[in-house]
Design a protein around this ligand. Structure first.
Ligand code: GDP
Ligand code: IMO
Ligand code: MG
Length: 428
């Protein structure tokens, strides 16, 4: 039976956490496939209000296993904390971690911060969680994997040389403070003690469940436009947040994926640097940010806000092969006088409908908008499509037609049941 990929269509924070918590009711397994604790996935349900950074968003369901896939980079301190929160809140879902997932070590976190300082005015605006340096070591075949925590003595011996090398880099190139090897060794013992029971062969477990007709949700982190290859490079994250990452990051065959769903906010946000053609700056942006409470789930940073960008949205839809859409935060638009959708760009005097590869070109793009007047009435918590104001229905129809993908789900509030289901995504 099938796997369902659920992927952010914009620059992250589309509401993936809320939607995956909702969809996980019918899942046997939810697997996070990429990124690390740069992600912040908000889930609000009968157990409380949670911001998950590493643990997948299916923990509210007793029969749903939650796996951290091999494509994820894991900061063990953050994971231990998060598992404790899950237990303290009596969330019933079980958690497992791929032995192949790479570890974010303290020197990765240090290097992330120092490298950002060195980038100066071209800083990426990373979350400072060590994500980039951890993936660099993975690709450079110098990384440490979760499975190595099962033999702490061996790992500690190996780490002695690695920490020496990293300290050369930290102190001589970046003028930072060295990492203390004794602290690292103590951490390894602590991680071994707390995480050992969770480390396993997630790929094998996943394929066993597929053979038993299980339902599997592949939980995306970040968003398509932050993808290392396909996003607005270099202002991206260091992993494959798109459909390719869902395969390499979990160890399942592409043919097992039966549906690919794209999640989009009903407008756009972006955290960190990089081009954002439809961005609203100044007091207009400030007003929307405050009203929408657009501040990061992981870092608390103010998110940049702007109109829905259908040029970028179409690019994401095509790249991932989205066959259904989820539109979130419709209720945030309730008070807006006018709502705009960017359907084309003007680049150097020419109208274009494709998302440029070159970020300097993207930076010069002038959005061409369709505009409609707002509905000025509350949609908060609406669960029936027919109860939506006509203007909201028109807005959704424009999004659907611009992206040429049907909308299956509309989210009208942060809580699990604040949702309009037009079509089932995960079916039993
Ligand atoms: P994620 O990273 O994609 O999981 O998204 P975040 O959790 O970082 O940010 C989404 C924010 O929007 C969170 O605060 C959610 O609680 C909230 N949210 C999700 N869906 C809706 C919705 O339909 N309406 C409103 N008002 N808030 C929503
Ligand atoms: P979720 O899963 C929004 C952004 C950072 C920065 C860039 C690189 O909650 O949607 P990194 O620390 O990954 O090296 O930072 O990527 N970024 C996110 N923005 N949501 C996220 O995750 C993000 N994860 C990383 O702000 O611009
Ligand atoms: Mg988030």
């Amino acid at each position: 039976m099938p796997a369902y990929a659920v992927i952010g269509g914009q620059w992250g924070d589309e509401g993936k956490g809320k939607v995956i918590d909702y969809l996980a009711k019918d899942a046997d397994l939810v697997t996070r496939y990429s990124g690390g604790n740069n992600a912040g996935h908000t889930v609000i349900n009968e157990h409380g209000n949670f911001a998950f950074h590493l643990v997948p968003c299916g923990t509210a369901w007793p029969n749903t296993l939650n796996a951290i896939g091999n494509g994820v980079v894991v900061d063990p301190n953050v994971l231990i904390e998060e598992i404790k929160k899950v237990h303290d809140a009596n969330l019933p879902g079980k958690i497992i971690i791929s032995a192949k997932a790479h570890i974010i070590m303290p020197y990765h976190v240090e290097l992330d911060k120092l490298q950002e300082i060195q980038r100066g005015s071209s800083a990426i605006g990373t979350t400072g969680r060590g994500i980039g340096p951890a993936y660099v070591d993975k690709v450079g075949r110098m990384g440490i994997r979760m499975g190595e925590l099962l033999d702490p003595q061996k790992l500690k011996t190996k780490l002695k040389n690695i920490v020496d090398q990293k300290n050369e880099l930290i102190t001589k190139i970046y003028d930072g403070l060295p990492i203390n090897i004794t602290d690292v060794h103590d951490s390894v013992d602590n991680w071994h003690e707390h995480l050992r029971p969770y480390i396993t062969d997630v790929g094998k477990k996943t394929n066993e469940l597929l053979n038993q007709n299980g339902n599997i949700i592949l939980e995306g982190a970040q968003g398509t436009l932050l993808d290392l290859d396909h996003g607005t490079y270099p202002y991206v994250t260091s992993s494959s947040s798109t459909i390719g990452g869902a395969i390499t990051g979990t160890g399942i065959a592409p043919k097992e994926i039966s549906k690919i769903t794209g999640i989009y906010k009903s407008y756009c946000t972006r955290v960190g640097s990089g081009p954002f053609p439809t961005e609203l700056t100044g007091s207009k942006g400030d007003k929307i940010r405050q009203q929408a409470r657009e501040f990061g789930t992981t870092t608390g940073r103010a998110r940049r806000v702007g109109w829905f960008d259908a040029v970028a949205g179409r690019f994401s839809a095509k790249l991932n092969g989205f066959d259904s859409l989820v539109i979130t935060r419709l209720d945030i638009l309730d008070e807006w006088e006018e709502i705009k959708i960017c359907c084309e760009y003007e680049l150097d005097g020419k109208i274009i409908a494709d998302f440029p590869i070159d970020i300097e070109q993207l930076g010069r793009c002038i959005p061409k908008y369709k505009s409609l007047s707002g509905w000025k009435t509350s949609t908060s918590g609406i669960t029936q499509y027919d109860d939506l104001p006509k203007q909201a229905q028109t807005y959704l129809a424009i999004l659907e037609s611009e992206l040429a993908v049907p909308i299956y789900l509309i989210s009208t509030g942060p809580e699990r049941n604040e949702v309009i289901t037009l079509n089932e995504i995960v079916t039993r």
